[in-house]
Ligand binder design. Structure first.
Ligand SMILES: [Mg+2]
Length: 117
């Protein structure tokens, strides 16, 4: 499987060959990310979680979900790239922070925020 770094390189290459960098300001990319999250949510709208999971086995629905998830990831990777943020490192750092904030013995099966523990 390709790393986030490899995928970002492909996306940036795709973008730069088309001379679209001029549109990819941090604010425009953040807005585009939210637009794509909206498109993803539209696929889930009005259905229960049970209905969503059931529908997920339908090939055409699954394909649409995959496309919107990919769109979200693409804008996330582009935004991180433009802000010069190493997303792999940032995610690893955040996971470590969450592991410290939410020790298994204190939160197992409990959804409380760390400030309420
Ligand atoms: Mg989309």
């Amino acid at each position: 499987m390709a790393s986030i770094k490899d995928l970002t390189e492909r996306i940036v290459n795709f973008r730069d060959k088309r001379e679209w960098k001029k549109y990819h300001t941090p604010k425009n990319l953040a807005l585009s990310l939210v637009v794509e999250v909206g498109e993803l949510l539209e696929l889930l709208q009005w259905m229960t979680d049970e209905e969503i999971l059931k529908k997920c086995v339908e090939e055409s629905y699954r394909e649409k979900l995959e496309e919107e998830l990919a769109d979200v990831a693409i804008y996330l990777f582009l935004l991180s790239h433009e802000l010069n943020i190493d997303l792999e490192r940032a995610i690893a750092k955040k996971i470590r922070k969450n592991e410290e904030k939410y020790p298994v013995d204190k939160v197992k099966g409990i959804y409380k925020k760390y400030t309420e523990l």
